[in-house]
Design a protein. Structure first.
Length: 212
């Protein structure tokens, strides 16, 4: 999105490289009561057949997007899509819940980072923009934090809560989650890629019984 844009509840700051797609999914029952279909789980493997496949060009464009405002997407701060690729190759990518599993499959094969947050845990207004220097949030149950200064993030009324690297612990999905907000962190350097990713993502969620 090159200019300021807004939906009914999400605004996006001007950014020359960001091609953001965001949508809400409603699940028929709490995530803890739903099972991820075998068709989705089998796509956790690196050689699985999928409509999209990542590439060096995709990885380079994503890193360029995250570096634009000074963030360094390397080491433990690499894009979430790269983490998924490594976990898939190592055989350590495992099921969490249907909402996260579908997002992980789409991110793995498209090469684009995806955030999935519990829509009932965020406080409006919601905004996507660059986190100021010194910004940080807890990203796991152990209380570890990530410095997100200079990184594109989703903000709610309480501060940054999701990004293309790691999502915050306070807004992650859980067994009782019924509504999610998904964000696809795409790049203008990859024309059409984000839309293709969103189309496949929505289709997989509908197959799992979600209303998107």
């Amino acid at each position: 999105m090159s200019g300021e844009s807004a939906s009914s509840f999400l605004t996006t700051a001007s950014h020359p490289l960001l091609d953001l797609r965001a949508f809400v999914a409603d699940f028929p029952r709490p995530l803890g009561e739903l099972e991820t279909s075998p068709d989705v789980l089998q796509m956790f493997g690196p050689g699985a057949h999928a409509p999209l496949q990542s590439s060096d060009d995709v990885r380079a464009a994503v890193r360029e997007l995250l570096r634009h405002s000074g963030f360094k997407p390397t080491g433990r701060s690499k894009p979430a899509s790269e983490y998924l690729s490594r976990a898939s190759s190592d055989g350590t990518l495992s099921s969490i819940n249907v909402a996260v599993d579908v997002g992980n499959v789409v991110s793995l094969h498209s090469g684009l980072p995806i955030s999935v947050v519990d829509l009932d845990l965020v406080r409006e207004p919601l905004h996507v923009g660059i986190a100021p220097p010194g910004s940080a949030y807890v990203f796991n149950p152990a209380g570890q934090t990530i410095d997100v200064g200079g990184l594109l993030c989703l903000f709610d009324a309480d501060g940054p809560c999701a990004s293309a690297v790691k999502d915050s612990q306070r807004t992650k999905t859980h067994a009782g989650t019924r509504r999610t907000l998904s964000l696809i962190w795409g790049s203008q350097r990859l024309p059409g890629r984000t839309l293709e990713t969103e189309t496949w993502y929505r289709e997989l969620l509908r197959i799992q019984g979600a209303r998107v």
